[in-house]
Every structure is written in C-alpha cells, then in structure tokens.
Design a protein around this ligand. Structure first.
Ligand code: KG4
Ligand code: ZN
Length: 353
C-alpha cells in the first residue's frame, strides 16, 4: 500500500509517500520558520497563507520524488487535528480535493498519533533504532505538546495519556528561553548547541528543578522559563561562557524532568520499552541522558531519526496507512479541530504542582 500524507498543522507544509510497512518513498517539508522568525513564534494568519501558497507544489514534489502518480496511490492521509484551524484547513481542503478527484479513500490523522508512530518509519538514507514492539512508553515532547503515553497499538483506543504538561510544552520553553537570550527562533537547536559547550553546575542555582510533584507524571515548565527571565532581568543577557553555562543549566533541568518522569512511567506500567518523539526528541542532551538511564535499567530505547522527530508528513502517511489497512475511512465532512482526539488526564492551566 502506498499512501500520500499531508501535514499543515503548524508552520511546516509537508507531503510524503509512505508504505504501510513504514518505508518512506518521499518526504518533502517546506518550512515557514524564516517567515515567523521576526515575531519569535508562529503567527497563525501568516501560517495559513503560506500553506495555501506551498501546498500544491509540495504535494507535486512528493509524488515526483516517490515516482508515483495520484492514480497509483492507495489512499490519502491528512492531519486533521490538533493544530491551528486555518492551517489545518489548507491541508484538509487539498487532501479532500485530491481524494475526490482521483476517487481515493481519505483518512484523517491525529498529529500526536503521527509523532508517536514516527519511530516505525524507515528512511533508506538514515540510520534509526530498530522499531519497538508494542506496548511501550513514549515521551512526546514538541513545540505544542509534552506528554507521556502508554502505547499498546497504533489505534486511538490503544494509546493512553499518563501525564502531560500543565502549562508550557517543553519545546515552547526552549523557544521562550532562546528568545529571552536573543538566540532566535526556533530556540531548541540553538540552546542545544550552546548547552554542549556549557557547564550546568556554574549556573545551576538560576534554574531549579520544576516544582511538579515528584510522584506525578505531569510536567510544568513555566517556572523554569520564569527563572531564566528573572535572571536576565536582574543581570542582563549573559555572553560567552556564561551564556553557554546558562543554556546548559536550563537544558539539564528540562531534560532531567523529561527523563525522570518517563522512566517512572515505564516502571509504573511495568514496561521496559521506551520511545521518544517530537521535535525536542532531536535534543542531544535528551537523547544521551535517556539512553544512559535506559541502559542502566536494561530498558530498550527507540529513537526516531532526526527527520522523523520534527514535523513531517511521513509520520502522517504511515499512521494513515495503518488506518486504511484496518478498513477505516473518513468522509468529505472531515473537519479540523484544535484538540487531540487522544483522551487526556492532565488539566492544562491547572498551575504547577
Ligand atoms: O515536533 P515539532 O517540529 O513541531 C511541533 O509539533 O510542535 O517541534 C518543534 C519544537 C520547537 O519548539 C523546537 O524548538 C524544538 O521542537 N526543537 C528542539 C530541538 N530541535 C527542535 N528542542 C530542543 N533541542 C533541539 N535540538
Ligand atoms: Zn509536531
């Protein structure tokens, strides 16, 4: 089965062709990052307009690179939620138009399910860890979401949230801290790079571990960001080694929290297989710490390739292919939603604890 995936939930216009075995035949990502950079975050109206400009060329390119015509596809998968409504609409309209015109089945995919299944993608040109067996515990940390899940299978009913952030997502914290430190947008990669040259102990007192209750699987990152903001307000933006040390301290705090809670979740569920997913899973500090902590306990860690961690349409095509293989279909009434279809246990905005 060869499925076209379409992704426009945030600031990447993406299309990919993937088989139901997860083989990536093409993967095209048009990033809007440069358009949003002057604003230090994603501007929804700019996102929708640029998706509308890019969507058809990106889809055409993905079909061309896969060497496949629309009539040879077995179906079309599109991100229907969660995301910015106007941005999602562009991908949905394009996917519906194509599915209708070519007489192909259409399936909507939850973006978070796409991230959680990205670890099953094989890219011929990239090394990735072997795909895990179900069930596993997954940490999904991106710019919009941060949560831990128990994943018993690929379907919505087989994925259970164990805990999520009560305020900012981990990637959002990286982006906001980077903005405070004048490191540009998106901030994750810049902070990651500087952190590698810093000593977290030299700025450790600036960024204390979040207050989130130790035995809870919920996260809170707004306090970490506020601590950096207070430091910058009092002392100004550091430079040189002091800047690297501050990045290292911030990153260590975020990584410690993400790793400790994921390991606790695996223990609680009695599972020895761990997966990390989402843009923040590209973070070198997180990859290294999670690998070390898993190895120490005899857990296996599966990490998607870098291109599979950040937003892409290959993960959407794959999740859609599994839905199509299970005989599922959506109709032309498929509409966008800002919320995930996965059941949630953490109440956002409930404040740190
Ligand atoms: O999954 P993603 O591409 O988009 C969302 O669904 O949100 O994640 C983007 C987020 C951004 O906040 C970005 O700063 C963060 O992932 N990110 C990183 C790294 N690379 C991307 N955060 C920390 N370290 C990185 N190396
Ligand atoms: Zn994402």
């Amino acid at each position: 089965m060869r499925v076209l995936g379409v992704e426009t939930s945030c600031d990447e216009t993406a299309a990919a062709v993937v088989t139901e075995a997860g083989l990536v035949l093409s993967d095209v990502v048009w990033s809007q990052v440069a358009l949003h950079a002057p604003y230090g975050g994603v501007v929804p109206e700019i996102a929708s307009r640029d998706h509308a400009r890019a969507i058809l060329p990106v889809i055409r390119e993905s079909l061309m690179r896969a060497g496949i015509r629309v009539d040879e596809l077995d179906g079309i998968a599109v991100t229907s939620r969660p995301g910015l409504s106007g941005a999602l609409l562009v991908g949905l309209q394009a996917a519906k138009g194509l599915a209708w015109a070519a007489g192909k089945p259409l399936v909507g995919v939850d973006h978070l399910v796409g991230h959680l299944l990205a670890v099953f993608l094989h890219r011929p040109d990239e090394a990735a860890s072997p795909a895990p067996a179900y069930p596993f515990v997954a940490l999904l940390a991106s710019g919009g979401h941060t949560a831990i899940y128990r994943v018993d299978g690929p379907g919505l009913g087989a994925i259970r949230e164990l805990g999520a952030t009560r305020d900012d997502a981990a990637g959002e914290a990286f982006d906001k801290v980077a903005k405070l430190l004048g490191l540009g947008y998106p901030g994750g990669p810049a902070v990651d790079k500087l952190a590698a040259q810093g000593d977290p102990s030299r700025a450790g007192e600036v960024v204390p571990l979040p207050m989130a209750r130790r035995d809870s699987l919920e996260f809170s990152f707004s306090g970490v960001k506020a601590a950096v903001a207070r430091h910058v307000a009092a002392k100004g933006v550091p430079s040189g080694q002091a800047l690297a040390d501050l990045c290292a301290a911030f990153q260590r705090t975020v990584v410690d929290t993400l790793v400790n809670k994921t390991i606790r979740a695996a223990r609680q569920e009695g599972l020895e297989r761990v997966v990390i997913a989402g843009g923040v899973a590209a973070n070198k500090g997180l990859r290294n710490r999670m690998a070390a902590e898993c190895a120490q306990r005899g857990f296996t860690l599966a990490v998607p390739s870098h291109a599979s961690c950040t937003d892409n349409a290959a993960m959407i095509a794959y999740a859609g292919a599994l839905r199509l293989a299970a005989g599922e279909r959506d109709g032309m009434e498929l509409s966008p939603s800002t919320r995930t279809a996965l059941p949630r246990v953490t109440r956002k905005g409930a404040g740190p604890r």
